[in-house]
Write a protein that binds this ligand. Structure first.
Ligand SMILES: [Zn+2]
Length: 78
């Protein structure tokens, strides 16, 4: 029985905000854990389309817009 090589099955929509991304996202300033607050979700693909990521340590919010988390530190957004 051949073993199939399953490496590389990552979806090309990996940049979009899926809930599993919470495992790898961290605060850009303190590298701490982020709290996900969902305001809109696409049920069909289990993707957060709008919401915020909140860092308790920094008391800072990172917005999710159109499924893309904005992980820029607040002082670099403008
Ligand atoms: Zn932080």
């Amino acid at each position: 029985m051949e073993s199939l090589n399953k490496i590389g099955t990552y979806s090309n929509s990996v940049n979009h905000m899926k809930k599993e991304l919470m495992d790898i996202l961290a605060c850009p300033m303190c590298k701490g854990d982020l709290e996900l607050n969902v305001t809109d979700v696409s049920d069909s693909v289990d993707e957060v389309t709008a919401g915020t990521l909140y860092c308790k340590k920094c008391d800072e919010y990172y917005p999710i817009e159109d499924g893309i988390p904005n992980m820029l530190p607040p002082n670099l957004r403008d």
